[in-house]
Design a protein around this ligand. Sequence first.
Ligand SMILES: N[C@@H](CCC(=O)N[C@@H](CS)C(=O)NCC(=O)O)C(=O)O
Length: 194
Amino acid sequence: MLTLHDAPRCPYCARARIVLAEKEVPYETVTVDLAVRSAWLYEHNPPGGRVPVLEDDGWILPESAVIDEYLEERYPTPPLLPDDPAERAAARLLVFRFDDLGKPYYAFRRGEQGAAERLEAALAALDRRLDSMPFLGGRSFGLADVAYLPWLVRLRDLIGFPLDGHPALAGWLLRCAERPSVAAEIETVAVLAA
Ligand SMILES: N[C@@H](CCC(=O)N[C@@H](CS)C(=O)NCC(=O)O)C(=O)O
């Protein structure tokens, strides 16, 4: 049995939750209070004791992007990376470059000057990409979408950041929301927003 050390408000944990739901893998959840993290977490994911952490039969894996790749290989059905090597690489590149969105997102959350403009620019880059393809990773939903969705859902539903200027991105969010895995995450965020 898998165990996910998880925090509902953590978007990195959401990456793992969405992949586990896509693959319909049963797992147990250890809900972590981010303000009071256990010695276990610091010991097994030093130095910060961050979540998510996945346990698979006693074997321990941190880092959301690595967890998602592990789940993809361990549970290949349904596939969340394209068959074509070049398309797979393009999807991985997008995950690898997540900080292009993450940095301005967290700068905006911290209220840094100029962060809203930098965040708009990052959203515009995603919007341009989605002008020519239905999903961030290409023709079908996959790990690249999972890598970005939790932040976009929080921007839209928790922070109220307008996405009106990015119609392809807003459409992609609606398209992804049709999937039970993403709908569940939207529900998690709605509870946080309530
Ligand atoms: N690079 C890590 C980042 C995980 C992360 O920053 N998690 C946050 C919660 S959203 C955390 O545990 N923060 C606690 C802290 O940094 O003190 C990943 O992708 O899993």
